[in-house]
Design a protein around this ligand. Structure first.
Ligand SMILES: O=C(O)CCC(=O)C(=O)O
Length: 302
């Protein structure tokens, strides 16, 4: 569904000015938007999955392990598809708490695509280079939104999400390097126009939400603090937007309607989107492995 049509439906949770800001900036931060009850449940589920990661010795399709991970002191980059590994996460994805927010920016009929839980354990956990999301999972329109929830809150030294306002209206850049490797980040040469004072890095207490449009340029810095920065991320679209490539992160829940009704017609936005590798044939390695592979290629090239 296109923004003009979405805005004809009354908002559920956001004020009209917040909605306008989302469509103007390409993101919106809402400090403490998620209720303390849900934050407590998410934290409990997260602690359970971290316990499970203690027996994990190498990254697999479930956990992406950070350097130095051990049974005694788990260090995790990410839990893939948390909604398939703990019932509380699916309950949350499909809850009114989340889908009412999603509906405010994608329209009344809401479809789930995928989710992940990024941990950024602290004491130097890597950040994310500048990227746009939609090139990794193209859809027939640009309604997809990622709803990020800072379970324990986020402060400036914990590597918050950083966004460049208005970039959802600009071009989609390549996520391949000059040699044709998919690197899930934008090329430095495409970003020479970017200045530090253009970047926004909202922070907030536990339950703070970031609504992020799929075209917006964003990234995040290293978590230099001693504290983990768990960020639960769930991707939704309008029910009438359809992915046309395999998803990098698969789930039996992909495509489930979590609010409203399924579509009878698809929505199309003609603006082009670069295609990712065919994720049904090429395993999606995640941004950290891609970064390491890129560093190794650079080192080998001298
Ligand atoms: O966890 C982060 O800091 C960034 C997450 C992100 O940009 C992504 O998963 O696409």
């Amino acid at each position: 569904m296109q923004p003009e049509q979405i805005l004809t439906h009354p908002a559920n949770r956001l004020t009209e000015s917040d909605r306008t800001r989302y469509f103007e900036q390409g993101y919106l931060a809402i400090p403490g938007a998620i209720s303390p009850g849900w934050v407590r449940r998410l934290r409990g589920a997260m602690e359970e999955v971290v316990e499970r990661s203690r027996s994990c010795t190498q990254s697999d399709g479930v956990f992406d392990l950070e350097e130095g991970h051990s049974a005694e002191a788990p260090r995790l980059h990410r839990l893939y598809s948390p909604q398939d590994h703990h019932p509380v996460f699916w309950e949350f994805v499909a809850s009114d708490e989340m889908t009412a927010l999603a509906a405010d920016v994608v329209g009344p009929d809401v479809k789930f695509h995928h989710a992940k839980l990024n941990f950024k354990t602290g004491k130097g956990s890597r950040g994310f280079k500048w990227h746009q999301d939609i090139q990794s999972w193209p859809h027939t329109d640009y309604s997809p939104v990622t709803i990020g929830v800072y379970i324990d809150g986020c402060e400036a030294d914990q590597g918050p999400l950083t966004m460049v306002p208005g970039t959802h209206q600009g071009p989609l850049y390549s996520m391949y390097d000059e040699a044709g490797n998919y690197v899930a980040r934008l090329r430095d040469g495409d970003l020479t126009w970017m200045r530090e004072d253009m970047v926004d890095a909202p922070v907030g207490p536990p339950g703070t939400v970031i609504l992020l449009n799929c075209r917006t340029i964003h990234g995040s810095a290293t978590n230099t603090s001693q504290r983990a920065r768990p960020l639960f991320l769930a991707v939704y679209s309008s029910a009438d937007a359809f992915p046309y490539t395999a998803s990098p992160i698969d789930s039996p829940r992909l495509g489930e309607i979590v609010r409203g009704r399924p579509a009878r017609f698809a929505s199309f936005d003609q603006r082009p989107c670069e295609l990712p590798p065919d994720w049904s044939r090429v395993r999606y390695a995640g941004p950290w492995q891609m970064q390491k592979a890129e560093e190794a290629r650079k080192a080998a090239a001298g």
